[in-house]
Write a new protein. Structure first.
Length: 91
């Protein structure tokens, strides 16, 4: 649970920093898209963390508990966030 929570906090902090940067630059709403994506990714990651905690608290523990799809999903969200942030910085 701690790793998932830490990841969601890092994504949320990234979104907050992007928001602060773009609000002070005064460049309009389209520049806030990376911050919104970071907030959505953080919320999804935290939701996954809660689901994982419930799964691991079940007795008996399920036979297959590997969060393979969730890990790929969060990894993809982080890569998309990196790409969108890089493109926004270039514009």
């Amino acid at each position: 649970m701690l790793a998932w929570t830490r990841t969601s906090f890092a994504l949320l902090a990234n979104g907050a920093l992007l928001t602060i940067k773009n609000l002070h630059a005064g460049e309009g709403l389209p520049r806030l898209i990376p911050a919104l994506l970071a907030a959505v990714a953080a919320a999804c990651t935290y939701t996954i963390a809660l689901q994982r905690q419930r799964t691991l608290e079940r007795r008996p523990i399920p036979a297959r508990i590997t969060p393979r799809r969730q890990v790929y999903g969060v990894g993809l969200a982080v890569l998309v966030l990196i790409a969108v942030t890089a493109v926004a910085a270039l514009l």
